[in-house]
Design a protein around this ligand. Structure first.
Ligand code: PMP
Length: 337
């Protein structure tokens, strides 16, 4: 038995019970581990869905160029699909992203343009503006626009939601998801809520992002926007793929707590996950007192730890940011680690 090509291996990812970090937490905590997708992240699902929907709509023609502003994982999914389907890829990204992520995109033949992080999205240098300009200038170019493209959330409505429902045999009570474009949380939640409207949906946000305040007050507060380190989640604008009506609450997690929890997941659960998995699990731990013994919680682990080797998996990087106490290297401190 074999797959016709690598794209057919996307999805049907494992759901794994967490046992150590969550020992004191009431209920069953399950991680949906998306690292087994060919691009090592959940974003492969929506990348392929956006491309096939654009092909069906006649927006993406044979030999065309795919353009996107991407922090890496979406680009990875698009780049892999482009190899199989014969498209060119040009991505714009920010100088905040891991070098590993950018090099991985280039490995699949994509062109990557690195833009400054700390400029307004409307600034002509921003990665949003540069990708829009390239779309206008390059003939036969299609911009995926993951933030507002409904195919993004639809991929999770068609795949991620049904997989979780089947894997938990309909027992899921809570869905916990780091929110960036909103595609994962909105599509997955919409499917699960159609099966059981009582399922609670918790979005994980960052300090420096607008989601939580907007959910609670309806106000888009520019004062909420400032630079942060956590990758893949939080935004400084409101993507159309975030369906606030499906999200019960947002919980903010600090850069430090997200980074340290990412490491804990490897050390205590043996799962090599990315930064937003750490944020999502840290967020759940902040909310754990509202869980009961019968609850079945699914936390999405969006991507793989290998993309963060120079960051939260590097002790010097942690120390430079004050995330790791500069403990003396005594036998006791080494044994404690
Ligand atoms: N985690 C990581 C590592 C991501 O790349 C993304 C996508 N930006 C997310 C979480 C958030 O997923 P979504 O865009 O579907 O909200």
């Amino acid at each position: 038995m074999w797959y016709a090509n690598i794209l057919e291996t996307i999805g049907n990812t494992p759901l794994v019970k967490l046992n150590s970090i969550t020992k004191q937490v009431k209920g069953t905590i399950l991680a949906k581990i998306e690292t087994s997708n060919p691009g090592n992240s959940i974003k492969d699902r929506m990348a392929v869905k956006m491309i096939t929907d654009a092909e069906d709509a006649g927006l993406l023609l044979p030999g065309g160029t795919i353009i996107e502003g991407t922090s890496g994982n979406t680009g990875m999914g698009l780049a892999i699909a482009a190899v199989i389907k014969g498209y060119k890829c040009i991505f714009t990204t920010t100088d905040k992203q891991s070098k590993e992520k950018i090099d991985a995109l280039r490995a699949f033949g994509a062109e990557v343009i690195v833009c400054p992080t700390n400029v307004d999205p409307t600034d002509p240098r921003s990665y949003y503006s540069v990708s829009s300009r390239l779309q206008r200038e390059i003939p036969n170019a299609w911009k995926a626009n993951q933030y507002d493209n409904p195919s993004n959330a639809l991929a999770h409505y068609e795949q991620t939601g049904p997989e979780i429902w089947a894997q938990t045999e309909g027992k899921i009570t809570h869905l916990v998801v780091g929110v960036g474009t909103g595609g994962t949380i909105s599509g997955t939640a919409r499917y699960l809520r159609e099966q059981n409207p009582a399922i609670k949906v918790w979005g994980i946000d960052t300090y420096g992002s607008v989601f939580k305040k907007y959910k609670e007050t309806g106000e888009f507060d520019k004062n909420e926007i400032y630079p942060y380190i956590t990758e893949g989640i939080g935004e400084d604008f409101l993507p159309q793929n975030v369906d606030f009506s499906l999200i019960d609450l947002f919980e903010k997690v600090s850069d430090k707590d997200a980074a340290l929890m990412t490491r804990e997941i490897a050390r205590k659960e043996g799962i090599f996950a990315g930064n937003s998995a750490g944020a999502a699990l840290a967020g759940l731990m902040q909310l754990k007192d509202s869980l009961t013994a019968d609850d079945v919680v699914v936390v999405i682990f969006h991507d793989h730890g290998s993309r963060y080797m120079g960051k939260m998996y590097n002790e010097d990087w942690l120390r430079e940011r004050g995330f790791l106490a500069d403990e003396k290297l005594t036998a006791a401190s080494i044994l404690k680690k």
